[in-house]
Write a protein that binds this ligand. Structure first.
Ligand SMILES: [Zn+2]
Length: 112
């Protein structure tokens, strides 16, 4: 298993406050899109990934992939478990990880 060092911050009270006061113009001007798993706000051009019936943000996608068993990864890639683990370890961006797992990706505005 790979250590997941990308810890997502939940809550973000400061941001919520700013949004409530209308200080965060991005969120006021842009329709608000939310990850279907963690409900985090996303900009319209954020890349989201299809996971089952949900479109989820990159953090959630990473968590979801990492929660799978290596044998599940191997099933997706069609390679051996050892080789697949190696490929996952070498995937240094979310995009490469999603490609390995054959996940559909799209901009938030088009699917959320
Ligand atoms: Zn999320």
């Amino acid at each position: 298993m790979i250590e997941n060092t990308m810890v997502s911050g939940y809550g973000k009270p400061d941001e919520a406050m700013m949004y409530a006061k209308g200080i965060c113009e991005d969120y006021v001007l842009d329709p608000v899109y939310r990850c279907e798993r963690c409900r985090d706000k996303l900009r319209s051009d954020t890349i989201v990934y299809e996971w089952g019936d949900d479109w989820i943000c990159e953090d959630c996608m990473n968590d979801a992939v990492m929660s799978l068993d290596p044998s599940d990864w191997a099933e997706v890639t069609g390679e051996s478990v050892a080789y697949t683990k190696q490929m996952i370890e070498m995937a240094d961006t979310y995009e490469k990880l999603a490609d390995l797992m054959r996940l559909e990706k799209a901009e938030a505005w088009s699917v959320l």
